[in-house]
Design a protein around this ligand. Sequence first.
Ligand code: MTE
Length: 314
Amino acid sequence: MLIKRPTDICPSEITDREIYRARRQFLQSVPAALAVAAAPGLFATPAFAAEKLPGVRKNPFSTNEQATPYKEVTTYNNFYEFGTDKADPAQAAKTLITRPWTVFVEGEVKNPRTYAIEDLLRLAPLEERIYRLRCVEGWSMVIPWAGFSLNEIIRRAEPTGNAKFVEFVSLHDPKQMPGQRSGVLDWPYVEGLRLDEAMHPLTLLAFGLYGEVLPQQNGAPLRLVVPWKYGFKSAKSIVRIRLVEKPPVSAWMRAAPGEYGFFSNVNPAVDHPRWSQARERRIGEFFKRATLPFNGYGEQVAQLYAGMDLKKYF
Ligand code: MTE
């Protein structure tokens, strides 16, 4: 993102998901069992990754493109709270405690709410949405998320007439998030959407992927997924959803205003100041492919920006 140029991984690193999982579970079970035996009570159950999410329905918004293997989705991550290398979060985020977890829905609403994560999970039926994710760095993945439209929460909060934008705030806890002890970003991680973008049915609040509870490195216990925008708009490990009158200043806009705009719609015609956005490399593939306007979701979302100069409002 800010610091590095696009990085690549080698297609030969790809392992079948089930082989990878079996290997990982074996490797994890031995030291964990030993540690718990040695110090019972010391380890709060940090998360429920790999727990199946029941009753996830199929959803017509899904792409039928080949999903990126589980291993890549869960080991090639951007989550600066846990380090700036792609491999860091899969290791460092293991200790993120995701239960109990509280989410505040507040600001310009008639009906502010405080949700325990368990209640949020029951708010609406979970759907599998297989979305393309295009990172601003020039790589992309196809990920089978599980969640429901963000508008389920916003509707229930009843936005007032002053609510024009929605701000998303990720957890700020330097004790748990070692990256927050560095100044790589001005913490907490903040992102924002215009209210109509947040209400769009494609905008997903995700609790899982591949039919299971989100692994910590992917933003457990809940994250945003806005598939027509660059991946950094999809804030992870959210604790606050705030309806506001003015456009929120995101962590990336604060860090580098010339490089990251508020809208950040995927747009092959507008280059990042330091690299082209015309093409992308799908993780697991060798040849690059053309990037599509709005990441291929133009039919659903282009009308949100009718009449806007997308070079100016990048
Ligand atoms: N959310 C938080 N809180 N911190 C981050 O560093 N990185 C963003 C986004 N959400 C990030 C974040 C970026 S740059 C991308 S590309 C996506 O998460 C990556 O999501 P993934 O690791 O699940 O593929």
